[in-house]
Design a protein around this ligand. Structure first.
Ligand SMILES: *Cc1c(COP(=O)(O)O)cnc(C)c1O
Length: 397
């Protein structure tokens, strides 16, 4: 068999995402002065641009760390051992955040909505009504394991309806810059994000956005960790307080360039691009599913994320498809994550397509065409017309 991997490899997993050459080139430089000059001035421009992407006029603290770091930081600034929280779980990542809260002595009440459904507002209202002591409600906007997109404003409405004073804390790590998010308009108190998904920068920086209500809680409780404390990072006396130490020098150059690229394209255009590309993926999957086992995990289009798509194909074909496309065609698809069942404990029948960040129409057509070649190669039947359907979506734009 002739190997077809010798062009540019495409890592189509839901993070880290494809990094623009411009971002990589911006990072390829000698170490800058970390006390004065360009780096300090550049950081001051990054802060407002990050807030613009989150659609907030409030605060952002930056961390050297991955998404888990932002999870921990958000928790340390808002909660204390003995506090109770309500966690709305729609996949692996809600549970992951809860595990970190539990480790710091917080009691986590979990409402689990399953792996192919969204949050039920009535269940949230009931849980809040039964426990006035809940300090925070945690949710994930797009759960990267199931690819469900939850309605953040609907959860806020339920909290307001119940007159509950808990903080609303949202994980947008998968989807900031891909799915629309409106921190202030939706009444979100704390939001966490990472740099390596929609923001197109190599993993290593993360962000906690927070409003004055959340900061007042930080003020009352104090923060048990000097490192995670968001106050000096937001309002530093000295530049190094932004980072509680040395700045992530090269990441800042990369992030500056990524934010420039988002600004040049226009945030709303970035979001629209993700929406069209996601619809192309779904159209192909739906057509394949007419004649074979391919099935989107989230049936309702309005509940699907524009950043990532979770697909069922039946064990062991998810794993086979990933192995074939990576070994034979230069495409790496995402593993099934947190989707194991008794019959398929390792999620071999599930895979994910990352379509977040620096992704174009031709890249998505390439992914879909390669997937169909893979179905032929590994012997999975499929319905006709999938690539035509995707092309029509791209043509309409
Ligand atoms: C990727 C991701 C995380 C974890 O981020 P890391 O950088 O791997 O720590 C958390 N939540 C969501 C929704 C994610 O997509």
């Amino acid at each position: 068999m002739t190997s077809l991997t010798h062009g540019r490899h495409y890592l189509a997993i839901p993070g880290p995402s494809v990094m623009p050459d411009r971002v990589l080139q911006a990072m390829h430089r000698a170490a800058p002065n970390i006390y004065t000059g360009e780096l300090v001035e550049m950081t001051a421009t990054i802060v407002p641009d990050l807030k613009a992407v989150a659609k907030t006029a409030h605060n952002v603290a930056m961390y050297i760390g991955n998404g888990h770091a932002a999870w921990e930081a958000a928790l340390f600034n808002t909660l204390q051992a003995g506090d109770e929280i309500l966690v709305l779980v729609t996949g692996l990542f809600g549970n992951g955040w809860s595990v970190m809260a539990t480790a710091m002595g917080v009691t986590s009440h979990i409402l689990d909505f399953g792996r192919d459904a969204t949050i039920d507002p009535e269940a949230v209202a009931k849980a809040l009504g039964e426990n006035a002591g809940i300090k925070a409600v945690l949710m994930v906007q797009t759960d990267t394991s199931t690819s469900v997109k939850n309605d953040v404003a609907a959860v806020r409405a339920v909290m307001d309806g119940a007159g509950h004073k808990a903080l609303l804390m949202v994980d947008c790590i998968a989807c900031l810059g891909c799915d629309d998010f409106q921190m202030d308009a939706w009444g979100v108190d704390v939001m966490v994000a990472g740099c390596q998904k929609g923001l197109m920068v190599p993993p290593g920086m993360s962000f906690v956005f927070y409003n004055d209500k959340a900061d007042a809680v930080r003020g009352e409780n104090g923060c048990a960790s000097a490192y995670w404390d968001w106050r000096p990072r937001t309002d530093p006396e000295l530049f190094y307080h932004h980072w509680c130490g040395t700045a992530p020098t090269h990441h800042l150059y990369g992030l500056r360039t990524a934010l420039d690229m988002i600004g040049e394209e226009g945030l709303e255009n970035v979001l629209d691009r993700h929406a069209v590309l996601a619809r192309a993926v779904w159209a192909a999957c739906e057509a394949w599913g007419q004649g074979g086992p391919v099935r989107l995990n989230i049936a309702e289009p309005a509940l699907r994320s524009n950043a990532v798509t979770t697909v069922h194909i039946g064990a062991p074909f998810g794993t086979r498809l990933r192995e074939w496309s990576s070994a034979q065609a230069g495409l790496t698809l995402g593993i099934g994550l947190g989707m194991g069942t008794e019959e398929d404990p390792n999620s071999d029948g599930v895979f994910r397509i990352g379509h977040m960040g620096h992704v174009s129409g031709q890249m998505i057509m390439g992914v879909l065409g390669t997937m169909q070649a893979g179905f032929d190669a590994i012997g999975v039947p499929y319905g006709e017309g999938a690539l035509d359907a995707a092309a029509k979506v791209i043509a309409k734009g």
